[in-house]
Write a new protein. Structure first.
Length: 297
């Protein structure tokens, strides 16, 4: 049998949009038609493909189908280009963490995308969770803190992002007049990116024996506002060295624990068999990242 393109398009749209209603808007059909096409695809393949929750999410077989469909679309586009036909814009979905996107990735990736004539869709998540987005078929490659590749993929070391524990000078004088101590840290508010962000909690537990809940904290789930919140004295937190080096040099921020830092290793995960353009993009990204990031130990 052949996979019906209209049915597979409805399936991809529902997963990407997160709901049948938004998928319907994207495809210019009704939500009922989206549901019917996905149901027909499930009947064709003899297995449930989509959990119709909010947001929609693929089942185990649905993840494998999504991986296949995304890779097939890239291979088809590559073939048409080689045959002298215009396949239209080629878009690749890359799963990355917010700090990577906010610091080193764009300058590294921009010339590669231009050279290879690729468009990109960034799917954002914590570096410990981007691997799952690749596994689910939501992305065709990812930057992850996971060292081991999944079946059929390769993992290439990129380097280390170093984080410093920083605060504004005014905040530091108010909450840590005698330096960063365990007793003072129980009262000073911490900046946490989101509910998946464990950098601060791991750091405070490892070095000061402070468990979750032993200190107040704010959630600010956006990179620039997170930095801004620290700069205006809402709290203290860990920032990538690339993001805070100039602020430390100017005195706008201070390093609360100069002898301590957090190193987060990063890896590039991609399918072992992939279109040539995506393979070249990955190779260029890995090479450029290793020139920017600290080397892995």
């Amino acid at each position: 049998m052949k996979i019906d393109p209209r049915r597979s398009s409805a399936f991809i749209a529902a997963v990407d949009a997160g709901s049948l209603e938004l998928a319907a808007v994207q495809l210019s059909i009704t939500p009922s038609a989206v549901s019917q096409r996905i149901s027909a695809l499930e009947q064709d393949l003899g297995t449930p493909l989509l959990v119709r929750s909010r947001p929609c999410r693929p089942t185990g077989p649905g993840m494998r189908l999504l991986q296949y469909l995304r890779r097939s679309a890239l291979l088809e586009s590559e073939f048409l280009a080689e045959m002298g036909m215009d396949p239209g814009p080629v878009r690749v979905a890359l799963a990355v963490n917010n700090d990577t996107l906010a610091t080193w990735l764009l300058p590294v990736l921009a010339p590669v995308l231009q050279e290879e004539e690729l468009l990109v869709e960034f799917v954002l998540d914590n570096q410990g969770h981007t691997f799952t987005l690749l596994e689910q078929g939501r992305a065709v490659a990812c930057v992850s803190g996971e060292a081991e590749p999944m079946n059929g993929c390769i993992a290439s070391p990129l380097g280390v992002m170093r984080y410093r524990l920083v605060a504004s000078p005014v905040f530091a004088r108010r909450w840590f007049p005698d330096g960063f101590t365990r007793a003072a840290a129980q009262h000073a508010p911490v900046m946490v990116f989101d509910r998946k962000d464990s950098l601060q909690s791991v750091f405070l537990m490892q070095h000061f024996g402070l468990p979750d809940g032993a200190y107040p904290f704010h959630y600010v789930p956006a990179s620039d506002p997170y930095v801004g919140a620290i700069r205006v004295g809402m709290g203290y937190g860990l920032l990538p060295q690339e993001q805070c080096a100039a602020l430390l040099a100017s005195g706008e921020l201070v390093d609360l624990t100069p002898a301590l830092h957090v190193d987060v290793p990063l890896y590039w995960h991609a399918w072992r068999i992939q279109p040539p353009r995506l393979e070249r993009m990955g190779a260029a990204l890995v090479k450029a990242a290793r020139e920017v990031l600290l080397p892995l130990a």
